[in-house]
Write a protein that binds this ligand. Structure first.
Ligand SMILES: [Zn+2]
Length: 330
């Protein structure tokens, strides 16, 4: 691949069948949903062996993030170029029509439970849409013991031990590795996570996969080994407003793997930064990114990387906009 100067890069979503999914992502993303069946996940940015996101605009259209990480590592990643072989974040929208399994992800420290080449997984959700029956479980009720949890898996009372959140649009929920979690009842979330696919299912609500006619495999022992039974840092977060002009800029998540801001406003404001990549996700409204005097139209559901080489750009809303901007912390 001959190198050209990098520019703001939009990525196409990859839709995934999930038995717990629905059809609500059609309202959020412009790419049409596959014809039928429940769609639980849209992978909107992912550098995985089996699924690598493709650039949707400009001269690099059709190139994958995998190829960019090999050929354009420095212009794309800037000061993080030598730190990551794969793009370190996996970004998704989830439509949890039914309950997801009660699950947990290992931390990076659980080397024995993580396949070679993968990492632990800390994740976080921004609630996009919720129904009156929607719910999120994040963490154990305090004092829950391993024995109580084991017994509750057998007798189907696990929900009694989980910390319940009634989600509302705009809520931020942090799920550090080791936190038991689940969600469902028609809730739609944006998910940011470490680029990992390691999930241990503790309980699956008696679901049977209509495609296989079988319940899905549980991984109770591995899950119990990962669970942090101490007081969890997970759960609903309190947004921290950093600035209110020219755009309201709230920090929702700030952990060692990602830092996520929500930007709300109508006046032009800066996005991106020199020498580091930023990711933009448009949750509501529309506008354009300006880079090198060229406009890049942004619509609802779009996901963009502002490459390190592109530096700071200007975002011009054409209407009231809600953007998420993600940085990789040092
Ligand atoms: Zn999870």
């Amino acid at each position: 691949m001959k190198q050209i100067p990098l520019y703001p890069l939009r990525f196409d979503p990859i839709y995934q069948y999930r038995l717990w999914g629905g059809r609500r992502l059609a309202d959020l993303l412009s790419a049409p949903l596959p014809d039928d069946g429940p769609i639980g996940e849209a992978w909107v940015l992912g550098d995985r062996g089996d699924h690598s996101s493709q650039v949707a605009n400009g001269p690099l259209k059709g190139r994958t993030i995998r190829e960019l990480m090999e050929v354009y590592q420095k212009p794309l990643m800037g000061k993080w170029a030598s730190c990551f072989r794969r793009f370190p974040l996996l970004l998704k929208f989830l439509d949890a029509e039914e309950m997801l399994s009660v699950q947990v992800h290992p931390s990076d420290a659980h080397r024995d439970l993580i396949p070679a080449g993968d990492t632990g997984k800390t994740e976080a959700w921004v609630v996009i849409d919720a129904q009156k029956d929607s719910l999120i479980y994040a963490g154990l009720k305090s004092g829950t013991t391993e024995l109580e949890l084991r017994e509750s898996i057998v007798d189907g009372t696990i929900a009694d031990h989980l910390a319940l959140i009634t989600p509302e649009p705009g809520d931020g929920v942090f799920i550090p590795a080791g936190t038991v979690h689940s969600l469902g009842g028609g809730v739609v979330v944006f998910e940011v996570q470490q680029n990992s696919d390691v999930t241990f299912r503790l309980y699956d609500w008696g679901h049977v996969d209509p495609k296989s006619g079988q319940p899905r495999t549980l991984h109770v022992e591995q899950a119990l080994a990962c669970i942090d039974f101490a007081e969890s840092a997970g759960g609903l977060v309190a947004p921290h407003v950093e600035t209110s002009s020219p755009v309201e800029r709230e920090r929702l998540f700030d952990c060692e793997h990602f830092r996520l801001y929500r930007l709300l406003g109508q006046a032009p404001f800066p996005v991106g930064a020199a020498n580091e990549p930023h990711v933009l996700i448009c949750i509501a409204g529309a506008g354009r990114i300006e880079h090198n005097k060229l406009p890049y139209s942004v619509g609802k559901g779009d996901v963009w990387i502002l490459p390190a080489e592109a530096g700071e750009c200007v975002f011009r809303p054409s209407e009231e906009i809600t953007l998420l901007e993600i940085e990789i912390p040092g």
